[in-house]
Design a binder for this molecule. Structure first.
Ligand code: FE2
Length: 155
């Protein structure tokens, strides 16, 4: 192993064991991982809801709204991916069990719904987005200046 001389064996050990968690990191990784997993569960629930609405909008002869729902679904999936990457960076594991995902999303007040009309679906999506805004705002406020990277991802 050819490590530059300014690094001690302790530096190397910490780098291997802790990755991006350095002395400058002031949050509690386990708690942040838990909260990121909850947020991610709401993103996946929201993704499923938008996709379902896109499927159903076809039969209602609304191609414009269908593509709008699909675009939102893609955005939600991207959000879920970003959260998963941060969870992994912090040493956690993104939840992938569907039942656990549903339970975590429900704990945050997010339940995928499919209303009878396009109007109902639009309102359901608006309500879900608002629940997520509350969850993200709470996390950002809670983190303060203790985890800038997570804060950046959540912003
Ligand atoms: Fe999102």
């Amino acid at each position: 192993m050819n490590i530059a001389p300014q690094y001690s064996e302790e530096d190397v050990r910490l780098a291997i064991e802790q990755g991006p968690i350095t002395a400058a990191y002031k949050a509690a990784p386990d708690q942040v991982i838990r909260e990121l997993n909850q947020l991610r569960a709401t993103e996946i629930a929201s993704y499923l809801q938008y996709k379902q609405h896109a499927y159903m909008a076809v039969s209602m002869l609304s191609p414009g709204i269908k593509s709008d729902f699909e675009a939102h679904a893609a955005v939600e999936l991207d959000h879920a991916d970003r959260l998963a990457k941060r969870i992994q960076q912090l040493g956690g594991v993104p939840i992938y069990n569907p039942a656990e995902l549903a339970s975590q999303a429900a704990d945050m007040g997010v339940h995928p719904e499919q209303g009878a009309t396009l109007w109902d679906m639009v309102i359901e999506n608006l309500l879900t987005e608002r629940q997520q805004i509350v969850a993200y705002t709470t996390l950002i406020r809670e983190l303060g200046d203790r985890d800038f990277i997570t804060e950046l991802i959540a912003s």
